[in-house]
Ligand binder design. Structure first.
Ligand code: PEP
Ligand code: MG
Length: 539
């Protein structure tokens, strides 16, 4: 039995045969019979590639949402790029080479040009150029079937998966995936989360695993190849228990989040995309407690416009049909980087230029988002939340920009709904001045992920610090309690939207502290509800 570890994207067990995904190297002949025929072949292959990409776009919109799908529109446009097309045509005409050879050569040249650029965003485009030229070459060489049909469900193991590859996978057969490359914000990880299947990234993989039986253990962040019978039986039982538990939880739909002694708590869900709203509704969440709006920016190739953002926020507000939707303003920086922001390289990015610090110094970016949010507020129950707050000054400044946007929109005759404003409590500074902050806002949402990082001085991105990381550290729990007490003095309600909110071993502790709301990933809603309903605070 071989064991390899990685970074787990989703807790769960997948058992099945490995399908090792290797990008096929098409055999390309450079012999050309007739220049005109090759030029025509190229034109037809390009059109076919664009048709395929359009189909992939439609499939991706349904399966993973608009933001994820946008990459295929970019690929379609890249295939029409004048420089790219002309350079292919010239290789065919001047060098008298085949269309496939010309596409491959031009693709490599363009990809290398991008790869050598200093700008991180442009550098990353090299992979897109390779992806689209491989598609056209595969069409030209009759090799355009990347994933063979499979009757059996499988676990995909790959060096990396391009968006166009992941979306082609037959999802009904996909049990999980394991890649060497990719980050927690990679398309692969996003897809795993949206599909709710176990996945590991950053794993040392081997082609020799192909066809072998494997288990992904998302709880322990590892994959076992050819597991022994004992392990297979144990983890299969765990897998079946997971399925049974999920089924049992279904009966809690429609039931209130109320303890045995009658204390009621709001139970909301965290999302990063419009496409997550389906899961929120399916799991009967009372609202959205955290919409990480930066994912809109992370999946865009450039700053999303006010209108683009408005369309997304409006859609979410309408889908939630009057239920609360708390949208956090842009929390970019640190581990969440979008190249077009051109943020400076920092020695300590987690302590750096991020979130509200960017918004308060880049009013152009901030106002586009706030205007979009205010416009969307007319279509549902929208609340606005500011992240990474450390001072009252920041809250006042952020509210002043919000007010400026409101006045502008009213002058433009735009309808605006009732909104609550709140802040994330995720720095020790915010905890210490919670009483002053509470006087300025309607609600707090405690971001335990960052609050733990800043309280314990432990970089949340650094896996080698895991042995020192104690998510139940008394300092963090005291901070939460202190925040609740301070907030309630000003009738400011308090929720938790960090990962700790879904930790059911702490639910009773949080309820005793007086927490008003928990916001967890949609898949954890019913489990947390079950725990709430089993607690007796009077006991
Ligand atoms: C947090 O810090 O707990 C939080 C919810 O925000 P994020 O994980 O997006 O930083
Ligand atoms: Mg945070």
């Amino acid at each position: 039995m071989i064991t390899a570890t990685g970074k787990s994207i989703l807790k769960g067990i997948a058992i099945g045969k490995v399908k090792f995904f290797k990008k096929e190297q098409a055999k390309i002949s450079d012999v050309v019979s007739d220049v005109e025929t090759e030029l025509k072949k190229f034109e037809e292959a390009k059109k076919k590639a664009q048709t395929q990409l359009r189909a992939l776009y439609d499939k991706a919109v349904v399966e993973a949402g608009e933001n994820y799908a946008a990459i295929f529109q970019i690929h379609i446009m890249m295939l029409d790029d004048d420089n790219f097309v002309t350079s292919i045509q010239e290789i065919i005409k001047n060098q008298k080479k085949s269309a496939a050879y010309a596409v491959k050569t031009a693709g490599e040249t363009f990809a290398e040009k991008f790869a050598s650029m200093d700008d991180e965003y442009l550098k990353a485009r090299a992979a897109d150029v390779r992806d689209i030229s491989a598609r056209v070459v595969n069409i030209l060489t009759g090799n355009d079937k990347n994933f063979e049909e499979s009757d059996e469900p499988f676990i995909i193991v790959a060096e990396d998966l391009a968006p166009s590859e992941t979306v082609q996978l037959d999802k009904s057969k996909l049990l999980g995936f394991v890649t060497h490359l990719g980050s927690t914000n990679s398309h692969t990880a996003i897809l795993a989360r949206s599909m709710n299947i176990p996945a590991l990234i950053g794993t040392e993989i081997s082609e020799e695993w192909d066809g072998k039986l494997a288990i992904i253990d998302g709880y322990n962040s590892c994959i076992y190849i050819e597991p022994n019978d004992d392990l297979l039986q144990t983890l299969d039982k765990k897998r079946i228990r997971d399925i049974q538990q999920r089924a049992l939880l279904q009966e809690l739909k429609g039931k209130p989040n109320v303890t045995l002694d009658g204390t009621e708590i709001k139970l909301y869900a965290n999302i990063g995309n419009v496409s997550d709203v389906g899961m929120v509704l399916q799991n009967d969440a009372g609202g959205i407690g955290l919409f990480r709006s930066e994912f809109i920016y992370l999946h865009s190739e450039d700053f999303p416009t006010e209108d683009e953002q408005f369309a997304i926020y409006k859609q979410v507000a309408e889908m939630m049909d009057g239920k609360k939707v708390i949208i956090r303003t842009l929390d970019i920086g640190a581990d969440k980087q979008a190249d077009y922001f051109r943020l400076p390289k920092e020695d300590n990015p987690a302590l750096g230029y991020r979130a509200i610090r960017i918004c308060l110094t880049r009013h152009d970016i901030f106002k586009a988002q706030l205007r979009a949010l205010l416009r969307a507020s007319a279509f549902g129950n929208v609340s606005i939340m500011f992240p990474m707050i450390i001072s009252v000054r920041e809250v006042l400044d952020a509210k002043a920009v919000l007010e400026e946007c409101r006045r502008e929109l009213i002058a433009e005759g735009v309808n605006i709904g009732e909104i609550e404003t709140g802040i994330m409590i995720e720095t020790p500074a915010a905890v210490m001045i919670a009483e002053d902050l509470a006087a300025e806002v309607d609600f707090f949402s405690i971001g335990t992920n960052d609050l733990t990082q800043y309280t314990l001085a432990i970089d949340r991105q650094n896996p080698s610090l895991d042995p020192f990381y104690d998510s139940h550290h008394p300092a963090v729990l005291k901070m939460i309690e202190q925040t609740v007490t301070a907030a309630h003095k000003h009738e400011c309600w308090v929720g938790i939207c960090g990962e700790l909110g879904a930790d059911t071993s702490l639910t009773e502790t949080f309820l005793k502290m007086g927490i008003d709301e928990l916001s967890v990933n949609p898949g954890s809603i019913l489990n947390v509800r079950k725990t709430i309903r089993s607690i007796d605070l009077k006991r």
